[in-house]
Design a protein around this ligand. Structure first.
Ligand code: ROI
Length: 166
């Protein structure tokens, strides 16, 4: 007997030590988590920092996973992956090598000390909603399609990272 598969959306962000490589590598690693496969990934976006401005620009992306892990077991895996990328918890809203946020897990609502679902900041952040709406434009949050929520946000300082080479 196997537990049902659930859909989870993950926000990725990095602004230290080769942010593009951290995000690109993490997208591969998400596909190798236990009981989990990556279903889709957005493009990579360059984004100006939200919060303290005295830090480098970020690279952000969103991934869609299919997983048999519970929300908290998935959170444990995401935090372990951040650790493997050398994440050091410094000042609040400071720079980081890899940030993995569990944004949505099916249509689950949770309010636990470690985890709030949906992610409480996601609808205010273009660096989350724009890549998420790219993957799931018609998915709704509070009855609103993500494409419409994303269209209402200021995209200043947010742009797809252009592929290198070619
Ligand atoms: N700003 C941007 N642009 N991207 C992020 O991933 C990000 N992450 C954060 C804070 C510091 C809020 N700012 C960010 O945690």
């Amino acid at each position: 007997m196997s537990r049902a598969e659930h859909h989870a959306w993950i926000g990725l962000g990095s602004n230290l030590d080769g942010p593009r490589e951290h995000v690109a590598r993490a997208l591969e690693e998400l596909d190798r988590l236990p009981l989990t496969r990556r279903v889709a990934a957005s493009r990579l976006y360059a984004s100006r920092p939200v919060g303290p401005a005295d830090q480098p620009d970020y690279v952000n992306a969103v991934a869609q996973l299919a997983t048999r892990l519970s929300p908290l077991a998935l959170l444990d895996q995401l935090q372990a992956l951040e650790q493997r990328h050398g994440r050091v918890r410094g000042r609040r809203w400071g720079p980081r090598t890899l940030d993995l946020d569990l944004l949505l897990y099916d249509d689950r609502r949770l309010a636990l000390p470690r985890l709030t679902l949906p992610h409480p900041e996601m609808t205010r952040r273009a660096f989350v909603l724009v890549p998420l709406a790219e993957l799931a434009p018609s998915l709704t949050l509070d009855g609103q399609p993500l494409a419409r929520l994303a269209a209402g946000l200021d995209r200043d300082g947010l742009a797809p990272v252009l592929p290198t080479g070619g």
